[in-house]
Design a protein around this ligand. Structure first.
Ligand SMILES: [Zn+2]
Length: 223
């Protein structure tokens, strides 16, 4: 998991948030899993916090405080990275099976439920608008402050959404998950400008080249 086949800085703090659901955006901090073009953007606790700030899981003030805390508290930093990666792969395993029209593995669902229980145990219900929401204090629960909202997003998706809209990008070396909000459920790509256009280019190239082998695809250039 920590091995990144493609070098270069992590883009955790600037990745396109195109999953339409927080939990799916979270899974998209890695791409091309299992292949030579695998990219890993959560390589440190700093990356996890950078993504959470970028995805607005954390307020700017909480993000700044948490970044300072993990700099000085290496055990919390290590635990944050490990638990974030574990949760992400649990959601990814569930999402990819749903995208294939299959029932997600029971052990992944159980893991998600356990993480949710752990997070909720450290949350408080606070007034929000006319109702209430779960909220975490980063000083009391630095890890759950990030994982709690992601887990809630995954659970809400599983329990309340039209799961036939959960899809996986078919682009080479991508594998990003997204919730298709289009009227006709016709979305195929994480981003048309990245994976969609690349596929179009390859089809065009292959028509021009006949049987000639194609140039190897470059992978998710932006991801
Ligand atoms: Zn893609």
């Amino acid at each position: 998991m920590n091995k990144s086949a493609i070098a270069g800085p992590s883009r955790a703090g600037s990745l396109p948030l195109v999953g339409s659901e927080l939990a799916l955006d979270f899974t998209n901090t890695s791409s091309g899993r299992g292949g030579l073009m695998h990219k890993e953007h959560l390589r440190s606790a700093d990356d996890v916090v950078a993504w959470a700030r970028h995805a607005r899981v954390l307020t700017p003030a909480d993000g700044q405080w948490l970044a300072g805390r993990i700099e000085h508290d290496r055990p919390v930093a290590g635990e944050l990275l490990r638990r974030a990666q574990d949760l992400r792969e649990v959601i990814y395993a569930i999402g990819t099976e749903i995208a294939r029209g299959k029932r997600p593995p029971a052990e992944s669902i159980d893991s998600l439920a356990r993480v949710h229980a752990d997070c909720v145990a450290r949350a408080r219900l606070v007034p929000y608008g006319a109702g209430f929401v779960w909220a975490w204090d980063p000083k009391e629960a630095p890890i759950e402050t990030i994982l709690g909202p992601v887990t809630l997003s995954a659970l809400t998706l599983l329990t309340q959404a039209d799961l036939s809209r959960v899809k996986q990008c078919q682009g080479d070396h991508c594998g990003w998950l997204f919730f298709d909000t289009t009227k006709n459920k016709g979305r195929r790509w994480c981003e048309m400008e990245v994976c969609g256009n690349r596929a179009k280019q390859r089809r065009h190239q292959s028509r021009k080249a006949g049987a000639r082998p194609l140039t190897p695809p470059a992978g998710r250039g932006l991801g």
